[in-house]
Design a protein around this ligand. Structure first.
Ligand code: BTN
Length: 249
């Protein structure tokens, strides 16, 4: 695999099970260059976080997987790839809509409390280090009808406009390349500051739910491992991984 410029190589597919699975196969079976983007019109088995599925109407939305060289990151810092990816989508949406766009831990992108995009990153390991990452993104663009139980929104629902998916991808790639450079230059403080500044309920009281209980807490930090650090009402701090907790409000 060679040096990466995100978007230098774009593979456009009609129907596929999942762009993430397709990308993982390319990585394991070919010498696909880093920075390659897989783009599909439709996924028959789109995957979401926490073992959920990602359902998207044909040709309406961005369904993307980026093959990223993340080997320069220590495996303990790999969540920084998630952080910059969330910041990339946030900036992308803000640039199009000029409206408040927030990150909800671990990695949903929200406009007005509704989900406009989601991220699913899958890492490839060699021995004990990460050799590459598949960064999957689903961004709601032109779809205007969503199932009731999904609290989703799209660019079109907000602006009333239709978007050319291929042109949007160019904008997204430009923003991604800038953030990858920050990551390569180890600008962790800048990334952390921007991430927390744009994080839903950062430093505010909100309701969280675990298997055992629902409680009020203040979000203090998302640390380098991607753990959520909450300050509880008794003043103690506690950390949670994404399988242990959800943010209710
Ligand atoms: C989530 O919020 O649950 C993550 C959603 C990620 C969906 C994208 S769509 C393109 C890529 N391929 C997949 O199968 N999933 C990701």
């Amino acid at each position: 695999m060679s040096y990466q410029l995100i978007g230098n190589n774009i593979i456009k597919l009609n129907t596929i099970t999942s762009t993430n699975n397709y990308a993982a196969k390319l990585v394991s079976q070919t010498k696909i260059p880093f920075g390659t983007v897989i783009m599909a019109d439709f996924q028959s088995k789109g995957k979401g976080q926490r073992d959920s599925s990602w359902i998207s109407q044909k040709s309406q939305n961005l369904l993307l997987s980026f093959i990223v060289d993340s080997s320069f990151l220590h495996s303990k810092s790999i969540f920084y790839l998630s952080k910059i990816t969330a910041l990339v989508i946030r900036e992308f949406i803000y640039e199009i809509l000029q409206t408040d766009t927030l990150i909800k831990w671990p990695n949903d992108i929200l406009v007005g409390n509704k989900k406009i995009a989601g991220i699913l990153i899958e890492n490839q390991w060699k021995n004990n280090y990460i050799s590459s990452s598949i960064v999957g993104m689903g961004i709601n663009v032109n779809q205007i009808i969503f199932p009731d139980k999904i609290n989703a929104i799209s660019l079109k629902e907000i602006s009333g406009k239709n978007y050319d998916l291929r042109l949007l991808l160019d904008l997204l790639n430009d923003i991604y390349n800038r953030w990858i450079t920050f990551l390569k230059k180890q600008k962790m403080k800048l990334i952390d500051d921007e991430y927390h500044q744009n994080l839903l309920n950062f430093n505010k009281w909100a309701i969280y739910s675990t298997k055992e209980s629902q409680f009020k807490a203040k979000l203090k930090e998302v640390n380098q491992l991607g753990l959520l650090i909450l300050k509880l009402e008794n003043g103690k701090e506690k950390s949670y991984n994404l399988k242990e907790i959800i943010q209710v409000i």
